[in-house]
Design a protein around this ligand. Structure first.
Ligand code: PRP
Ligand code: URA
Length: 209
């Protein structure tokens, strides 16, 4: 069974509370998602392997550590996952970026795929899938399935807010994928929205409603 990591860092919780507020506008919402994504990826990468390297400081040669694991790929689920990309690239500027386009059919709540473009060497990368909302888990599970069908196996899922139902669905479908969230909320409502949640992440990010 995969692990669920919940980030209770005060900075993340403070920023998330502002994002949840219905009076927070598009610009501030976008900036906060950017900042939280940066703070989250700092923890998501905490156990990435390093290796000793020899360098010379202006004073003396020394042995020090640098990242030594697989190169990193980040895969936002369109649309709302796009809002997490820039914050992560600030910290991991060499990461390649793939995109998966999915939307949730409002009637069936089932994910519909409309786009998938991954880095050519995605199967050799440590992949981080991004989506602010993990509601029923249908979108994230489908996205991870598409990625695995392309031969990839080292996958972590990063969400801002998850519902217990979404976590259970991803864990059942993908027991090898660890999940990293800033908050696990109470439940889903009858329309599949997370309660209390923050509403429709894509609409709040892009101002479409
Ligand atoms: C939202 C969200 C997730 C999905 C979560 O996207 O960004 O991708 O819903 O719901 P699920 O866990 O029940 O699948 P949406 O389908 O609204 O598409 P959008 O990003 O294009 O707005
Ligand atoms: N998608 C969202 O954007 N918000 C939710 O609460 C559920 C799915």
């Amino acid at each position: 069974m995969s692990k669920v990591h919940i980030f209770d860092h005060p900075l993340i919780q403070h920023k998330l509370s502002i994002m949840r507020d219905k009076n927070t506008g598009c610009k501030e919402f976008r900036e906060l998602l950017d900042e939280i994504s940066m703070l989250m990826v700092y923890e998501v990468t905490r156990d990435f392997p390093t290796a000793d390297v020899e360098i010379e400081t202006p004073i003396t040669p020394m042995k020090t550590k640098m990242l030594a694991g697989k190169p990193i790929g980040i895969i936002p689920i369109l649309r709302a996952g796009l809002g997490m990309v820039d914050g992560i690239l600030e910290l991991i500027p060499n990461a390649k970026v793939g995109h998966i386009g999915l939307y949730r059919d409002p009637e069936t709540l089932k994910p519909v795929e409309y786009y998938c473009k991954l880095p050519e060497d995605a199967e050799h990368r440590q992949l981080i899938v991004l989506d602010p909302m993990l509601a029923t888990g249908g979108s994230a599970s489908a996205a991870i399935t598409f990625i695995k069908e392309r031969g990839c196996h080292n996958i972590r899922l990063v969400n801002l807010i998850a519902a217990p139902e979404g976590i259970a669905a991803v864990q059942a479908a993908h027991p090898d994928v660890d999940i990293y969230v800033a908050a696990c909320d109470e439940k889903l409502n009858e329309h599949g929205y997370i309660v209390p949640g923050l509403g429709d992440a894509g609409d709040r990010l892009f101002g479409t409603k």
